[in-house]
Design a protein around this ligand. Structure first.
Ligand code: AMP
Length: 140
C-alpha cells in the first residue's frame, strides 16, 4: 500500500465518500470537515504541488473542481464556497498530494475571506509592484 493517503483513496485501499470521478480526478468528502459537505478534489496521479501537475492533468483537475463546486453548494443549500489549495508545507499543506478544498460558506458562518488568514499587510511601493510583476513575468 502507498504511503500517500490520497493515493490510497484513489486505489480504493482506504475508504472514502467519493462524490465524483473522472479519468484525471477524484472528489471525496473531507474526513474532518470545516463545514458540512466540505469536499476535496485531487488529481488521481500523485503530484505534491500545483506546479508539479502537467498541463493536461491540470485542466482535468480544474474541470472536476468546476463541476463539483455547484453540486456541493446545491447539496447543502450554500450560497457560496471557499475554494482553496494549501500549496506547500509553509502554506499549511499537510497531505503532500495536490488537493483543492471546496468548503460550503454561509453569510453568518463568521469564517471570513481568505484575506483573514493574514493579520498584517506589507507596504508595497509602486516601484516594488513593478519589480514584482516583472519578476513574475520573467518566470512564466
Ligand atoms: P491540507 O492541510 O490542505 O493538506 O488538508 C488535508 C485535508 O485532508 C484535511 O482537511 C484532512 O481532514 C483531510 N484528510 C486527511 N485524511 C483524509 C482521509 N482519509 N479522507 C478524507 N479526508 C482526509
Amino acid at each position: 500500500m502507498t504511503d500517500c493517503v490520497f493515493c490510497a483513496i484513489v486505489a480504493e485501499d482506504v475508504p472514502s465518500h467519493t462524490v465524483h470521478e473522472t479519468p484525471d480526478a477524484l472528489a471525496f468528502l473531507d474526513a474532518n470537515p470545516l463545514a458540512k459537505g466540505h469536499t476535496l478534489v485531487v488529481p488521481k496521479a500523485h503530484y505534491e504541488q500545483l506546479d508539479d501537475v502537467p498541463a493536461e492533468t491540470a485542466s482535468g483537475f480544474y474541470d472536476a473542481v468546476h463541476d463539483v463546486v455547484p453540486a456541493v453548494e446545491a447539496a447543502v443549500d450554500a450560497p457560496a464556497t471557499t475554494v482553496a489549495v494549501n500549496n506547500g508545507e509553509a502554506a499549511g499543506q499537510e497531505v503532500p498530494h495536490v488537493h483543492a478544498h471546496i468548503v460550503p460558506r454561509f453569510e453568518d458562518d463568521a469564517a471570513g475571506p481568505i484575506h483573514a488568514l493574514f493579520r498584517g499587510r506589507p507596504t508595497v511601493s509602486k516601484d516594488e509592484h513593478t519589480t514584482l510583476a516583472d519578476a513574475i513575468v520573467d518566470h512564466l
